[in-house]
Design a protein around this ligand. Structure first.
Ligand code: NAD
Ligand code: UD1
Length: 321
């Protein structure tokens, strides 16, 4: 079966891994739609069946142009401003990308002649907010505390409503903290493990560097390796049991930031200098997932934190040898 698949944000960290996996099936044509704001062309796999289209998900004109050129069988909507802290600093600008754009895409999907087989939306654990009951199941209280979390939840509701109101085939993925190769460490708002990896690399190279811990380092996260996120996304794309439902995707493990720093130190056989700073505004202290619901669809995490970090560090340190 030939399929045309749209991946918005496909030049980014998670999107590029998804594109690579989808592109391994040669009968698939993957359209990467991205404005390269945090993503990059270098992330996009150099495969014949992968086509890059530069554009802005928050431009109705760019979306209309995209859908006038292609009809999609599957859509994975990952383009977003992924930084929670950035949304606290710029709520309006992030809202336009993280929420309004979702409606533009849903409208274009509803209007296309071909019936989409699945529209999968990349949401976040941030929708659960700081309500203390753990682990987070899909039935947990929803109480987002940042513009990022609010926009993700509003987008989710639009996506599932389009499933119910217009019969669109849709599913929602709530990612916990994703890490792995190609996560961009260049902004202070980048994912914590990309920053920690960069610092670890500098330390290992004998440079002076220090990792800034926001708060006491006792915050808990479910860090999930990017390959497992891709596995989960592909299940949500293909399984009928995911229709108009939200699913957590995590590792099922929980760790404090300090534990993770210790794993780095063990892997590197060196100490990482730490600077403790004030906790970030809007930061959630404890977040980890129950992944029982997606396990019922056939999901099985394949990387423990130790295995994932080992692979990530090995990739990151390659240029040193
Ligand atoms: P990323 O920044 O690497 O990827 C986002 C991609 O979207 C980038 O390539 C960027 O250039 C693109 N993009 C941003 N604004 C755009 C716009 N207006 N038009 C077109 N493209 C645009 O981040 P990521 O970590 O790969 O995140 C992917 C998705 O997963 C996001 O929706 C994010 O909110 C969600 N998510 C990520 C995590 C995580 O831990 N990384 C956790 C939960 C949810
Ligand atoms: C991350 C994702 C967000 C996702 C959410 C789901 C990124 C940039 N953010 O948010 O898209 O929706 O998980 O759970 O990928 N920290 C430090 N030092 C640093 C950087 C961060 O101590 O240099 C701390 C933060 O204060 C936080 C923790 O590490 O307590 C994780 O931070 P971060 O990687 O930004 O992730 P989240 O805010 O959890």
């Amino acid at each position: 079966m030939k399929h045309t698949i749209l991946v918005t944000g496909g030049a980014g960290f998670i999107g590029s891994h998804l594109v690579e996996a989808l592109g391994n099936k040669k009968t698939n044509t993957i359209i990467v739609f991205d404005n390269l704001s945090t993503g990059s062309l270098a992330n996009i796999p150099n495969q014949e069946n992968v086509v890059f289209v530069e554009g802005n998900v928050h431009s109705e004109e760019d979306i209309a142009h995209l859908f006038s050129n292609f009809q999609f069988d599957y859509i994975y909507h990952l383009a977003a401003i992924a930084s929670v802290a950035e949304s606290v600093n710029h709520p309006l600008a992030t809202h336009q990308v993280n929420m309004d754009a979702t409606i533009y895409l849903l409208e274009a999907t509803r209007a296309q002649e071909k019936t989409v087989l699945k529209f999968v939306f990349a949401s976040s654990a941030a929708v659960y907010g700081a309500e203390p009951t753990l682990p987070k199941t899909e039935l947990s209280v929803i109480d987002p505390i940042t513009p990022y979390g609010i926009d993700k939840y509003a987008s989710e509701k639009y996506v599932t409503s389009y499933g119910r109101l217009y019969g669109l085939n849709v599913a929602v993925a709530r990612f916990f903290n994703v890490y792995g190769p190609r996560q961009n460490p260049s902004s202070p708002y980048s994912g914590v493990l990309s920053i920690l990896t960069e610092v670890a690399k500098q330390v290992k190279q004998g440079q002076e560097a220090s990792f800034h811990v926001f708060g006491d380092g006792e915050q808990v996260r479910d860090f999930v390796f990017v390959n497992d996120i891709v596995q989960g996304l592909m299940l949500l794309g293909t399984k009928s049991g995911s229709q108009a439902e939200a699913f957590n995707i995590g590792s099922g493990e929980k760790h404090t930031l300090r534990d993770i720093i210790t794993v780095y130190e063990t892997l590197l056989e060196t100490k990482i200098p730490l600077t403790y700073c004030e906790a970030r505004t809007g930061d959630i202290k404890y977040s980890y997932a129950s992944i029982e619901k997606i396990i019922q669809l056939g999901y099985k995490p394949t990387f423990t934190i130790h295995q994932g970090l080992e692979k990530y560090m090995a990739d990151a340190l390659v240029p040193m040898h």
